[in-house]
Write a protein of this length. Structure first.
Lengths: 244, 316
């Protein structure tokens, strides 16, 4: 069943114009959005999460996004934006616990919410940072905490804008492995093509605000990537391969 | 920690009650002295506490919604634009109950102007915000001074408006302000959890389930109403709202529900003591406008914040 779908979707801001054909995402799919800087990846994410409004109806389980209330939206999807930040010295635990806001319908989080937050922190190896002030963490640590915050929302769709930005190779692998195993739908612009190819099962390739291709892993060819990024691509490689 | 705060409040209350030009011995009071104590000082001390709470509460909200550690009713230019409204209202012979409403109107205009000037693509630049606040302050103060010269008769002294003070206190004013403080406090406590999420970037907050625009609008209006009513009664008392939320955060953490409570109590504490100081610093019964004392304290604190947070202010 399609969890997310839209008819043609258009959005214009200044010179930039995004125009996509009808597309749908199936429940549980791991979808990577590939494309060079400025190709419209983040804009697409903002449109799909209702942060920007374009033309064309976006539907979650057949219900138009516009008719879904703010709090219900937070049940359906969570977003990790590229520039996530918190002012004030909140602790890591507090930041991740805030992810439960929609789940508690705006009420004080229960013991269960606290317990679940602790478990999530443990699972993501963030527990040692739990009492630290979020603002004193390194960029990579902050990124992992923000990801934990988004996961704690327990939404059925996860929009993650470059989840491994500023993460080292081990933490990138850990996070992508975790995302691969979840039942949630993951929609994520990714810059590291090798990681994307390994952990995602579907790919939207964007170029200048247009959809170049909508393919599965087998369809992700060197020619297609070369066209997407205007570079030459080969698979015979002398690069390192990492695994856990 | 809470006990400590309440005990300090109690001590400050007693200190403020017995500070002033006339030394009063509580165990041996003449009728005149008891009149001074109960008729003059008691309402005044309570009034300074309530106004302190109002300014601190608004400061806590401004710092959150504007995402700026240097924000309060003074630095955002809200207080001076509200004072401008009050001054014009009085000068034009507006009925007294309507004066704070006009102050609210001009206060919101000032705040909106500062907000619009400092926002680019949904992100508030903290430095631009402070600069815009300074500009609004200068212009509003100039118009207040001009009005004073033009409408000499109907306006109380320029010192009152620009430096603030508790020169006119009665139980009715006290009642109105206390009621407003109580209602605003309860309303803000009710949405305390949502307010926490405003500490996040807008995209995160909105997708976490908060209607950011609506919440921000509501908070702005309520905080500005507190400022407008306070300013209409006491003139501009700056920096109470700047200092107290920081102290509250360092003592009780960043959670907004706790911060709103602690800021309000600390604001009451600070202004009671500042007013007690203003009443007793000059020998011979003359009193200082309390705004001079808070500006002195606030100025030093502002410098301290500027020094310790410079990096983050400039680079987000």
């Amino acid at each position: 069943m399609a969890e997310l779908q839209f008819d043609t979707l258009t959005f214009t801001r200044g010179e930039f114009n995004l125009q996509l054909p009808q597309l749908r995402v199936i429940r549980g799919e791991k979808l990577a959005i590939l494309g060079e800087n400025g190709s419209g990846k983040s804009t697409l994410l903002q449109l799909l999460t209702g942060l920007l409004e374009g033309e064309g109806t976006i539907r979650y389980d057949r219900e138009p996004l516009k008719q879904i209330s703010t709090i219900e939206r937070a049940h359906i999807f969570a977003l990790l934006p590229q520039q996530a930040q918190v002012i004030f010295p909140f602790s890591v635990f507090e930041v991740v616990l805030f992810g439960r806001f929609a789940r508690t319908d705006g009420r004080q989080p229960s013991d269960q919410d606290h317990k679940q937050t602790h478990e999530l922190l443990k699972q993501l190896a963030l527990e040692p940072l739990s009492e630290r002030s979020f603002n004193q963490l390194s960029g990579g640590e902050q990124r992992r905490v923000m990801l934990a915050r988004a996961l704690n929302q327990q939404a059925s769709v996860l929009f993650l804008d470059e989840p491994n930005a500023s993460l080292d190779v081990r933490h990138s692998l850990d996070i992508f492995t975790q995302l691969q195993q979840t039942t949630q739908t993951v929609i994520s612009p990714v810059h590291d093509i090798n990681l994307a190819a390994r952990f995602f099962d579907r790919f939207w390739l964007l170029k200048n605000g247009r959809l170049l291709a909508d393919v599965d892993r087998a369809g992700l060819t060197t020619d297609l990537l070369a066209e997407t990024y205007d570079v030459q691509v080969s698979t015979a490689t002398d690069s390192f391969t990492f695994s856990r | 920690m809470k006990k400590l705060l309440f005990s300090l409040l109690g001590v400050a209350f007693i200190v403020a009650l017995f500070s002033g030009a006339t030394a009063i011995n509580p165990l041996d009071m003449s009728p005149v002295e008891s009149d001074i104590l109960l008729g003059l000082r008691l309402p005044r001390v309570l009034f300074s506490a309530v106004i302190g709470g109002m300014l601190a509460l608004s400061g806590s909200i401004y710092q959150l919604t504007l995402k700026n550690p240097l924000a309060d009713s003074f630095t955002t230019g809200t207080a001076s634009s509200a004072a401008l409204g009050a001054v014009l209202g009085i000068a034009c012979g507006l009925p007294t109950p309507l004066v704070p409403l006009l102050a609210l109107g001009t206060g919101l205009c000032g705040l909106f102007l500062v907000y619009r000037l400092s926002v680019t693509a949904g992100v508030i630049n903290p430095v631009t915000m402070i600069l815009s606040g300074v500009v609004v302050n200068i212009v509003a103060s100039a118009v207040i001074s001009f009005s004073k010269f033009y409408f000499e008769e109907s306006l109380s002294s320029i010192v009152f408006w620009l430096m603030g003070g508790f020169f006119i206190v009665d139980w009715t004013r006290l009642g109105v302000c206390a009621l407003l403080l109580a209602v605003s406090f309860l309303l803000l406590q009710r949405i305390g959890l949502q307010l926490n999420l405003l500490a996040f970037d807008e995209a995160s907050a909105r997708t976490m389930g908060v209607d950011v625009a609506r919440l921000r609008r509501f908070s702005f209006v309520l905080a500005t109403l507190l400022v407008a009513v306070a300013v209409s009664h006491t003139g501009i008392i700056g920096f109470v709202g700047l200092i107290t939320p920081h102290i509250a955060r360092s003592l009780y953490g960043s959670d907004m529900k706790r911060n709103l409570t602690a800021s309000t109590l600390l604001g009451a504490l600070l202004l009671m003591l500042a007013d007690a100081g203003a009443r007793s610093i000059i020998p011979g019964g003359a009193e200082l406008p309390v705004g001079i004392i808070t500006a002195l304290l606030g100025g030093i604190f502002f410098l301290y914040l500027l020094r310790t947070r410079r990096e983050r202010l400039w680079h987000g």
